[in-house]
Design a protein around this ligand. Structure first.
Ligand code: ADP
Length: 356
């Protein structure tokens, strides 16, 4: 049911004006029907004209003040909110409601303004997510297309009979195989990353001993390092405490960080553990060329590589490793940080809350 629309302000002003009018009429009636002969010649203080006049002025002043107060306390903030709502409706979320009276309407305006700020933040977050999603799709498309184009080029060269000698033929096949391996690796990383991004994977967390976990991972790793021109220094004994982690994902975090250190170290990789603020801290340091300061804040972004040509071609990177490590660490209520000095090396630190 649709009710007739009245301006609330007009309604209140009309009611007050009505009361004022009735008052005035009553007084006029009183004046008209008063027997003035009776009071003539009396003292001024006893003169009813004076008292009626004072009373009338007081009543008028009272109602006028009431109208001003109601206008200021109720209608001004309501109009301010209406203006703000119109701005919000037209997409301008930067228009604040400035009304800070300590009363119910003030509370209401403050809540309304908080709602505006929250809405603004949510829209900004959505814009960011959308921008990231577009960047991600652009990077995926680019990173998948580049090796595919190259595979196609080599296959066509073989099919067209351009390759005459056995040596070139084998070199071409080897390149095709490398590119296919790279695509495989990229798709694996992408699959892990998107599953995590969409929350489509579960963690099987258990309360586990950190010393045992680290020893078991590095026992295997030490074997791999025997064949590498790198020294892996493990600062043992590793801290033996309890953390609540998915052992498979925990190993995946270490594996990604160690693989990176392996790719970028010049001679030495060091692993240390300590407990800080009820967190187990694992640091993995290398003596590589380091990460330039101006790009270090992008290091955990998906597909980010300091030197795309070198990192992708020479190191076979996808630029997803650290993004995956960050997601995984945060899913474990932990966090990751990086410290790097160009020409000296890089240290990654992962923190896991203790499960005492
Ligand atoms: P990928 O999966 O290709 O290894 P990451 O996300 O792990 O990619 O790393 C992103 C980029 O960060 C790398 O391409 C490299 O440029 C830089 N980076 C990562 N770890 C190190 C490191 N230990 N030292 C120097 N640069 C590193």
């Amino acid at each position: 049911m649709k009710s007739n629309r009245f301006s609330l302000r007009a309604l209140i002003i009309l009611s007050l004006a009505g009361i004022l009018l009735i008052n005035t009429l009553v007084m006029i009636y009183f004046i008209v029907s008063f027997d003035f002969q009776e009071v003539a010649g009396k003292d001024i203080v006893e003169n009813p004209y004076l008292w009626l006049g004072v009373f009338m002025v007081l009543v008028i002043l009272f109602f006028m003040t009431l109208i001003i107060i109601i206008n200021k306390a109720i209608f001004e903030p309501i109009f301010a909110m209406k203006r703000a709502a119109e701005h919000i409706k037209s997409g301008n979320l930067n228009y604040p409601i400035v009304y800070d009276a300590e009363n119910e309407i003030g509370d209401f305006c403050r809540e309304f303004d908080k709602m505006r700020i929250r809405l603004k933040d949510t829209i900004q977050e959505q814009h960011e997510i959308e921008k990231r999603r577009k960047r991600l799709i652009a990077s995926i498309t680019h990173d998948l297309r580049t090796p595919l184009t190259s595979i196609k080029g080599y296959v066509e060269a073989i099919q067209d009979g351009i390759v005459k000698d056995q040596e070139t033929y084998e070199k071409y096949l080897e390149t095709i195989s490398d590119k296919a391996d790279y695509l495989n690796h990229l798709i694996d990383d992408l699959s892990v990353y998107t599953k995590q991004e969409l929350g489509e994977f579960t963690l099987n967390r258990e309360r586990l001993n950190s010393g045992r976990l680290l020893n078991s991972y590095f026992d295997h790793k030490t074997e791999d390092f025997r064949e590498l021109p790198l020294t892996l220094i493990l600062h043992k004994p590793f801290i033996s405490t309890f953390i609540n982690v998915d052992p498979y994902r925990f190993n995946q975090i270490l594996e990604n960080l160690i693989n990176n250190a392996q790719k970028y170290a010049n001679n030495v990789i060091e692993v240390r553990t300590r407990v800080v603020n009820y967190h187990l801290q694992i640091t993995i340091s290398d003596d590589g060329d380091g990460i330039p300061e101006d790009v270090i804040s992008n290091i955990f972004d998906p597909f980010f590589m300091v030197n795309k040509v070198k990192d992708q071609k020479e190191k076979g990177g996808s630029g997803l490793g650290l993004a995956i490590v960050k997601q995984l660490t945060e899913r474990h209520d932990g966090f990751i940080s990086v410290n790097s000095i160009v020409g000296k090396g890089t240290t990654f630190t992962v923190d896991f809350p203790l499960d005492l």
